[in-house]
Design a protein around this ligand. Sequence first.
Ligand code: AMP
Length: 284
Amino acid sequence: MAVTVIENSSDMQRYALNARHEGRTVALVPTMGYLHAGHASLMAEGRRRSELLVASIFVNPAQFGVGEDFEKYPRDMEGDIRIAAAAGVDVIFAPAAAAMYPAGYQTYVDVERLTLPLCGASRPGHFRGVTTVVCKLFGIVQPHLALFGRKDYQQLAVIRQMTADLNMPVEIIGMPIVREADGLAMSSRNAYLSAAERQSALCLCRGLAAARALFARGEHAVTELVHAISSVIAAEEAAVVDYIELRDQLTLEPVSQADGSTLAAVAVRIGKTRLIDNCLLGEE
Ligand code: AMP
């Protein structure tokens, strides 16, 4: 089946409301496009669970800080349409930035404590942009369920909090991280990496694997586990650490002792590219 591309928010809302009135289950996969197998896994699960599957493609200016990569963020609508079609998407919603944030726009959604640490600390305003656009997308697409990847672990936690706090009737589904064969977490930003940087970028997943291995050998001390990650990353000349942290998987508060459900999260710059990855310490 061919994918329908809708750019206008009112058209999208009418289409979705119509499906709901017909009793169809609507699923939404929000993305910034430049789709890869990670996005496709969310779409495949959305397909399984819904009768109308919508994927949004919107590089959201509100979630990029000054000096970040909004202008050069990779875009490929033709490729995206192909991948979305193969994953079973019915409708791609691809609004223009000026239509999402017209002159006079003044409403934002702010989740408080969960957005303070980790990526929230190094990207001020980022999650405010994320929650605002997701809230708008929920209003436009009216989904029964929405799928997000654990690759952006904090984002998933923040969206769950927003949905609960604002009584939004949307089921939030978190999906596993899809990785390349060598372990690198798939990301649209991997397209920025040179061949040498691509190799260096493996220090994120290898650092996390070192922490999991140490934990499996009985180490529960946070400093030792963080050290296991940082020594793998420090061995890469091109890598500059933004953060390496162990946190409670639900509250994202620091932990005094690690256990199997503790989140290990890293953000590392490889050259000009900022990459993130995470795992739970007890994961295989
Ligand atoms: P993005 O286009 O980067 O904003 O991502 C859109 C959605 O896809 C988010 O919910 C991401 O967490 C998810 N996603 C991105 N990369 C991956 C991956 N490697 N595995 C699973 N989900 C992912």
